[in-house]
Design a protein around this ligand. Structure first.
Ligand code: IMP
Ligand code: MG
Length: 170
């Protein structure tokens, strides 16, 4: 498998900074930041350091059964939040929104748990295969193709790469 650098660490850093500033302006009263494991672990770590309003951090983990490159739409919660969501303003931080199935499931779950508002920040917004109507409040980049690095994996590999690459069958 060949990989081509498509988003550099410098571009990521610039964009994370912009997102942090915008989120801080729009949520001056503070936030509960919920990172979605594992893909968003690095993005969440960088993003919270770019936000200047008071916040708390928690993580949730969902598993979706499917082939290695796309989710099947069958989602299972594998680690729930540890924070009481009642009345909280939540910022959900996702790695990639593709069909939107995972995000739609997460939004329903957070509302069930009592969140009063949920905004979404996705590192990558892929729109071509979108099936669910989900609204993304903040996105890092709009890009198609299969991406790895900066937390994103292919069968658990490449998460540690500091830049984002597109994987291409060679
Ligand atoms: P969705 O439920 O179809 O929106 O799929 C979203 C999930 O699929 C993401 O949270 C990722 O875990 C995974 N995914 C989708 N596209 C990619 C990709 O290009 N690289 C790595 N994981 C991906
Ligand atoms: Mg994944």
């Amino acid at each position: 498998m060949e990989k081509e650098l498509v988003i550099s660490r410098a571009e990521i850093a610039r964009r994370v900074d912009e997102l942090g500033r915008r989120i801080s302006e729009r949520s001056p009263d503070g936030l509960l930041v919920v990172g979605v494991l594992k893909g968003a672990f690095i993005f969440t770590g960088d993003l919270v350091r770019a936000i200047s309003t008071p916040l708390e951090v928690d993580f949730i983990r969902v598993a979706s059964y499917g082939s290695d490159r796309c989710s099947s739409g069958r989602i299972r919660l594998s680690k729930d939040l540890e924070t009481d969501l009642a009345g909280r303003e939540v910022l959900l931080v996702e790695d990639i929104v593709d069909t939107g199935t995972t995000l739609a499931w997460l939004l329903a779950h957070l509302h069930d748990r009592g969140a009063c508002s949920v905004k979404v920040c996705a590192l990558i917004d892929k729109r071509r295969r979108r099936r669910e109507k989900v609204s993304i409040d903040y996105y890092g980049f709009r890009r198609e193709g299969f991406l790895v690095g900066y937390g994103l994996d292919y069968n658990e590999r490449y998460r540690e790469l500091p830049d984002i690459f597109e994987l291409k069958a060679s």
